[in-house]
Design a protein around this ligand. Structure first.
Ligand SMILES: *Cc1c(COP(=O)(O)O)cnc(C)c1O
Length: 385
């Protein structure tokens, strides 16, 4: 996929810098090429492309038959807000599990919608304690819904969504999951995990372009959400009813995004689905962490908590290491990384997802080494080990 002879410079298939970020991310040339056509939203071909893409999503989560995928125009947060405000009714109470920015965002969404929320928050490098969650559920019968984030992209931490689902089921709670940055790369089984609704988007591990969110909903649970929505646009029940009745979105769909998403799903299936994609990302993540460790960088998370999506590294303390310069020089060499936004530590992040593989990761590591040399940063390992 790399198209350069200098081992420390790389570009995507279209000559753009590689996005080592958690989405938008580097997409294949063929996904981008799917967007050169204009589609009428009522065109029978477009309607079929949309239908088949949505049908595939429920299958990926092992929900075919009893779960239905409701698309939502917009970025991933639009889908999360649609899920929370459609599923949690005015008289409901949601237990929100927080260990990063996306859990906090869910809480904010529920507060704006004036939904009762209860928060169980752990540090950004700490998954929720299952015993503690069970104790909260046992002593708080008013809880109707449990919300969790699958991979908290703030750090890249993997949360125990299967175990949390078992607890939600044991106490008779509806379980809602934000699997935005994990969907398609990490196993997700809505049946065995007791998930009523899970939100994700076009532009993360499925490797499409941004513009479409979706919520995979247990049909029976979705049917009971009629009248819950707090906005016209984000009403999942109405969106689903209208799509099923007329095959049309209620409001203009992002046609190009959906056609590209369909192409991305074809490529996802060709790669071997969740198993194939997950294996490539795990390999990317391993190469990245080993290479960065060899350069003296230290990952925030222990390996057991690290999802193969994005890796957070401690900011080196060497005064010659200036993050803005590091970032800019890497960008010049064709690699866009991601700043951190943690409260537990000064950090930066590097993504392992998107249309990148071993050659791109090796080139990124070579570029990082070159930039460290350029900044005169030496003895990093002694400092941060
Ligand atoms: C990317 C992401 C979202 C959605 O963010 P948008 O910027 O709205 O696309 C939500 N939750 C998680 C965990 C994410 O990684």
């Amino acid at each position: 996929m790399t198209s350069s002879t200098d081992a420390t410079v790389a570009t995507s298939e279209t000559g753009d810098p590689l996005l080592l970020t958690p989405g938008p991310l580097t997409t294949s040339r063929t996904v981008k090429a799917a967007m050169v056509h204009d589609w009428g939203s009522r065109d029978a071909n477009f309607v079929e492309i949309n239908r088949s893409a949505l049908a595939r999503l429920a299958e990926i989560a092992n929900g075919a038959g009893d779960w239905v995928t409701v698309p939502m125009q917009g970025s991933g947060t639009f889908a999360v807000e649609a899920m929370l405000t459609s599923f949690v009714p005015a008289d409901g109470t949601a237990l929100v599990l927080i260990n990063g920015a996306y859990g906090k965002r869910a809480k904010r969404i529920l507060e704006i919608a004036r939904r009762e929320t209860l928060v169980y928050e752990t540090a950004e490098d700490t998954p929720p304690d299952l015993g503690e969650v069970e104790a909260i559920l046992a002593r708080t019968p008013s809880i109707t819904h449990v919300f969790a984030v699958h991979c908290e992209t703030t750090t890249g931490i993997l949360n125990p969504i299967a175990q949390l689902g078992a607890l939600a089921a044991k106490y008779g709670k509806s379980y809602l999951v934000d699997s935005m940055s994990a969907f398609g790369a990490l196993p997700l089984d809505v049946r065995s995990m007791h998930i009523d609704a899970v939100a994700a988007s076009s532009n993360k591990c499925i490797e499409g372009v941004p513009g479409l969110g979706f919520v995979i909903c247990r049909r029976e649970a979705l049917e009971r959400t009629k009248g819950n929505a707090t906005t016209l646009v984000l009403d999942l029940h109405d969106q689903c009813a209208n799509l099923e009745k007329t095959s049309q979105y209620r409001f203009t769909p992002p046609t190009h995004v959906i056609v590209a998403f369909h192409q991305a799903l074809e490529e996802f299936v060709a790669e071997g689905g969740v198993a194939g994609r997950g294996a490539r990302y795990r390999n990317n993540c391993r190469i990245l962490i080993e290479g960065m460790r060899a350069l003296g960088f230290r990952p925030l998370l222990p390996d057991a908590l690290q999802a193969p999506i994005i890796v957070t590294f401690h900011m080196p303390t060497d005064p010659r290491f200036v993050f803005q310069r590091f970032y800019d020089s890497l960008k010049q060499r064709g690699f866009v990384i991601y700043p951190g936004k943690l409260t537990v530590a000064e950090s930066f992040r590097i993504g392992c997802i998107g249309r990148i593989g071993e050659p791109e990761l090796r080139a990124a590591l070579a570029a990082i080494r070159a930039v460290l040399d350029e900044m005169g940063v030496t003895g990093l390992s002694a400092q941060t080990a």
